[in-house]
Every structure is written in C-alpha cells, then in structure tokens.
Ligand binder design. Sequence first.
Ligand SMILES: C[S@@+](CC[C@H](N)C(=O)[O-])C[C@H]1O[C@@H](n2cnc3c(N)ncnc32)[C@H](O)[C@@H]1O
Length: 820
Amino acid sequence: MEKLKSLLPDELKRMVWNSTVENLPAASSSLLEFLLNLPQFHQMVRDLAAPEDSLCAKNKAAAMELKKKGNQCYSNGDYAAALHCYSQALRVAPQEADDRDRSLVAALFLNRASVFHRQGLLKECLRDCNRALQISPSYSKAWYRRGKANAALGNRQEAILDLGVAKDMEISLAGKRQIECELDMIISQRQSASRIVDQCSQISTGGAGAGEPCQSSLSCVTTHDKGRGMAAQCDIPQSSLIHKEEPYALVILKSSRESHCHYCLGELPLDTVPCLSCSIPLYCSERCRAQAGGGSLVRHQEEQRDKSYGDSLEKHVMEVTSLHNSTTAVECFPEHKHECGGVHWPAVLPPDVVLAGRILAKHLSQTGILMNPETLITLGFSHNYSLIAQGTKLEVHIYASVLLCCLQHALGFELPVNAIYLSQTVILLSQIRVNAMAIIHMKSVDPRGPHAFTSTVEQVTVGQAIYKTGSMFNHSCQPNINAYFLSRTLFVRTTEVVQTGFPLELSYGPQVGQWDCCDRLQILEDKYSFRCRCSGCSELNIADLVLNAFHCANPDCIGVLLDTPVIKYETGKLTSSHKTSRLNGGSEVEKINVKSLVCLNLMSNNSSCHIKPASCLNCGHYCNLDAAREAVDNALSCMHSLEDAIASKEIPSMVLSDASRSLGLLRSVLHPYNKRIAESLLDEGKNFVVTLDAYPRTIGHAYLCINYYTCEEHLQAEDKLAQGFCWTGDLRSSKGLCSSSIKILEVLYGNDHIVIGYELIKLATIQLSLDDPEVAKTITRLEKIFLRYFGAHANLVLPYLETLKKESLPLHRQFSSVEI
Ligand SMILES: C[S@@+](CC[C@H](N)C(=O)[O-])C[C@H]1O[C@@H](n2cnc3c(N)ncnc32)[C@H](O)[C@@H]1O
C-alpha cells in the first residue's frame, strides 16, 4: 500500500484528497487510469488474486510431509503435536489427493481420530471417523475406530453396527478375530445409546431462550440532527427483545482466524474442518463450511461398493456415509465462495475491504449483472465520505481499486473495473466505516472441564458485519437498548421502559460514566465522523461533572473542582439546553452533587456569572491544580508498578503497600468519583492470562473474575489493589476494595448498569472463595442485571453465570436454612 501510494503523482493525490461525492467519478477515473498503467499495481493484484502463485492453495507435498511428522509424533506419544500436524495437513491436503490408493484426506481424518481417541476426546474422534467414512465408505479401520469410540461413549447399538461393518470389510483373519472379541465384549455390556449433537446446532436452533419472539413495535423515523433512526411504536417494557437479525455480510477478524469458526464465529473445536479448496478458513462443522461456500466432501473415486450387507448393516452404512446428513441445505449466501481457491486477498486485505468484497459479490449474485451501479448506494446506508481525512481517503481509493480487480478475477467481467464502479466501491467502503458492527462474544468457560478455573473470561471482538436494519439504530451515550450477538445473529433488547415515539438508541462505544463528554465527542468524531447529539452530550449529568473533577481543598466539602476543558464542555451544554439529565446513584448523589448542578444551572441563567477553573462549585474554595496534578502523576506511577508486578506474577509487599498509599493520595486529591480512581491502568485482560493450576484454588477462583473484568475500560485503582491482594491471598481486603469500586460505578453508571454486573461477578467469585454467604445476594443482583441486558439469553451469552450459581448453592442453602 505504502509503495503504491508513493508512486502516485502529487497532483493525483491532491485530486483524491479534495474529492467530494459530487466529483468522485472524475477523481476515480484519473486514479484508475494511472493505476491500470502501473506494472507494480498489476503485480500486486496478481500476487493477491492469482491462485497459481498463491501460498494459500492446497499442496499435496506439504500435506504428506505434515502427515509423516504427525505419525512420528503419534508413535512417540506426543499426541498434542500429532494433532497439530494432522490438522495442518488437512488444511493443505487437496480433496482428490491419494496416499497409497486411499484418499489422503480420509487417512488424515482417521489419524486425527486416533489421536482424539488416545486423548479421551471421543466426540471429536467420532466426528472425524464420520468424515473419513463419508469420503471412503469401505475404510474398515475407520469403522473399527468408530465402533471403539461409540462403545466408549456408551452408544452400544451403534458400536455393534460399526464393528459389524468393520468385521465384514476386514480382510485378514487375525483382524476379524480381534473385532469379534470387541463385539462380544460390547454385546455383554448393557448401556443405552445416545447420539452426539452437532457442535453449533445448539446455537443455530436456539438453546434456552433463543426462540423468544421479537416485539414488532419499531418504526423508522427521521430527525434533523441524527438522520434516520428507530423509535418505539408503542410502550415497550424493559428487557424486551425488539430485534433479531442475520448479517447481510460478515467477516472474521484476523486475530480470531485461528481460534473461531469463520462462519458462525463460535470458538473452534479441536476437530476443525478446513475449507476444501484453499487453506485459509477453518470451520467448526461441515454445516458451517457448506454455508460459507467452503465446499462439501466428495466421495473418493476408488470407492466402488461391490459388497452388500444384511438389511440393518446396509441402512447403518448408508446413514453414516451419506454425504448430505451433516450439511442439510440451509438458505444462506456462501460468503467465502468467490474468494476461495487459493487466492491471497482475503488473508491480506483489511477486514472492511474483504467485507466490501463480500457485499459486492452478494449484490451481484442477487441482482445478476450490476447494470445500475447506483443501486449500490441504495443499499441504503449512510456514509461519511466527505468527512474522511485526506490520507485515509487515498487509502480507501487504492484499496477499492485493488478489491475491484481482485473481484474481477473471481467473478469475471460481470464486474467491470471502471470509474463508476470504483466510485461506488469507495462509497461502499465509507458506508462500512459508519455502519459495520463489531461482533463481540464473551469467551466462555467450560464448567465441566478439568481446568474450569484456569480459563480466562473476556469479551472478544471476533468479527465485523453489516446488518441492514441493525445499522439504522442511532447512538446515544445514555443508551436505552443493548445489542449483543449469539453466533452471528444480532439481538437488540430494551434496557429500560421505552415510551411510544421515543428513539431506540444503542451505544456505539463511549458511554456516560466511561469517558467524559469531551472524550466521547472526540471518539465519535474520529471513528464515525459525527458530532453526537444525544442526551448525555447535551444535558448535564453527574458522571460528566465528576469523572475528571478534583477534590475541594476544604476536606469537609464534597463539591467538584473542574479543569478548563471540562468547564468548556459542561457550560456548552448549558447554553444549548437548560436541562439536567439523570442523577445516577439516587439520593446519595443528589445530596453530594445537586448543589454543583444547581450552581451550574444558575450560571447558565445568569450570563454575568462564570464558572472559575480550580474553584469548588459548591463552596468556591480555590485549589492549586498544578500541584494536584503532580501528586496524581506520582500516585499513578506507583499503580503502574503494581500493574507490572501483577503481570510478572510476583508482587513484592513493598509494591503493594506503596500502591495502597497511592490510593489514599488519589482519594485525597481527586474527587471521590474521579475517573482516575476508577480508571483502568491496564490495557486489556491479557496480562492476566495465567495458569492457575499452580495456585491454591481459592485464589484461582477469585482471580478468574478479575480476568473477566479487565476487558472493561474501567478497572478501578481499587481493583488493581484488589488483584494484588488476591495474589497475596488477602481476599478480605480484596473484597473490600471491590465493594468500594462498585459504589463508584453506581454513581457513574447507575445502579443496574451492565458494568456493575461485571464487577459483581468479581465480587461473587471473591465471596465464594471466602465461603461468604453474602454471595447469594450478590448473585441475585447479578442475575437481575444480566436479565435486564440479555433477557433469557443471559446464560448463553455468559455460560459462567450458571457455574457461579451452582457453586453458590451450598452457601445459599446454608444461609437460608433455619437454625435448630
Ligand atoms: C449507523 S448510522 C445510523 C443510521 C443513520 N442515522 C442513517 O440515517 O442511516 C450512523 C450515523 O447516524 C448519525 N448518528 C447516529 N447517532 C447520532 C447521534 N447521537 N448524534 C448525531 N448523529 C448521529 C451519524 O450521522 C452517524 O454517522
């Protein structure tokens, strides 16, 4: 990209930089003319789109090498390494490749099944046997392995049938005898059968609450300040499911490519299913692969059935080896199909460019030839082209040109590369910038796993997608709806009662309580190019006043001292409207800060009255803010040392006591609800990814929730200390700090905000570790908050909730039992 940019003449760059929607075709025409005459551009497109030069194509030699390596690892008992080799081999093995007259792919599936069997992963073993048998129905070893896995799973009847087929197919006498022994053993066991369920069918068919109907009470309205948006057509109760939608187009993010299914975005199982024509995507099941356009298994050419079995065996063979039983046709757009076959571009281009390619391909497949390029704009999304920064504009143009040429390789000349289509693709990319939604999943903890408490629980952005109706919801920093995802499906739920005609607005990211007004406005302008006009940014609210405030110099006064930028934004609100928004936190907050708000309101009504920086809004006391800032910087550097110590998993007691002192200092200089007391000093939860096997279970337990919470922006200074105390085993101190951080969050966000829910998870796990019966109350409150945000889907979104509930039951009973 940089190389191409550097080759463009300055005049052309200026033309693109200064282009508007109106003169876009002229700029596109000049750019395209230049690029199409540039050998480097053609080379780049060839590198990305020509399958013959691609490293992403299937490669039999590489697959054979990996198979050999896998076999060595298997013989040495290194099953994890063998599994890795076989999975990699499956990724690059061509479907039609043979290995000693047997399908190479079938042999690899069977080898991987053997590894799973050794590792006790019987369902994975069974699925891989099925795959081997669908390609090679007469693979006796695969029938044998299937029989053994079914027997171990207690599926006695299936096992008997499998081994019956294996025995019939086995040529050697010794082999037949061994199978007979197995059969006798199984027949003598009396266990009931159960079939295994497809990996992601639970989500796609529902699971608890997934069948919940939507309230069809939305209408699309237009306002002068926010454009189109959604509003309530009638009064909608809190926690109602108001919208459910499949994506128009979706792309997985690079960071999740090796860990999540490229279609449903669920976490990948160990028995991954690769694309059959290229080595890029991985799927969790054949069904997802078929839906994405990654192809379906085909029967190996040598597999001529010249043998017939008895009736029951015949039926069994047909059922197991049928190529269609796992990929029942589901109506969908095969979104990977056009970019498959070993081309590089889906692996190299940024996700929003790949997403644009998927949208174009879908549009083309639905409408036939793109006769009228104007129809692209009528996809109906708003865009921010004229507001994009100059440098970014140039990149958008070059990416659009590359994408069009790559797509033409796949789709042929139905997709012409000309100025009109380039302009449309540029607009499409600007639409994606404004309308694409980040698909966020919570990384689940398997409560049944042997290391349940060693897993981290965090929010992971796994994909980016366009939802046609979902994109119509406007933003508010004080949202009244919550958007979340199960698999790739978008769900939208009200988080409060919404009256008829009121706008239904979600948060695009920043919320009141999380950042102050100035930061929120900046983020929204940078990312979405709009000036937010929500209630949070136009009406006074407690959180915006206290987030960056200092403590009054008079220790007995609880009024706020504001810095100059905050004063600018807060008084700006007053001139535009004289309203006071939610007083989060109820009576306590009103007591503390209502005076400040009244003071601000008075000033707004009296133009001769000005808010003075560094003077308390309550009592007028002056404070030296420079000295206060210096003290804060020193305290924060101690907190950073604690953060480093936690990351290195060794916390010297000095660091912990310095951090405790610093917290005291922060509390004396900053307003009690200042963001920096509450703010995360850590980036993400990644520093906390630790194996807790080495730690006592109680600490591990308490620690889990901390991992969880670090995904949030706001990890309190108290939180940091709470982590430190967890590590040193001082769970009581940890619990105290956690409780005070909840109090701050209640003021900033309101009592039942999801952020409080995340913090309560942490409190509950600490309480569980302490055998504290109060945990019952914490979990009841936690459930109420999750119900508000996720309704009946709460347990699907965060399966860990169920684990917590189960763990707390004994304590709950103890707490509620009658004294005798
Ligand atoms: C995802 S679209 C929402 C639908 C859009 N209003 C439309 O007419 O298509 C995002 C765009 O809506 C507008 N918008 C959304 N929330 C807004 C807000 N709080 N204040 C001002 N404009 C907003 C901005 O133009 C933003 O780029």
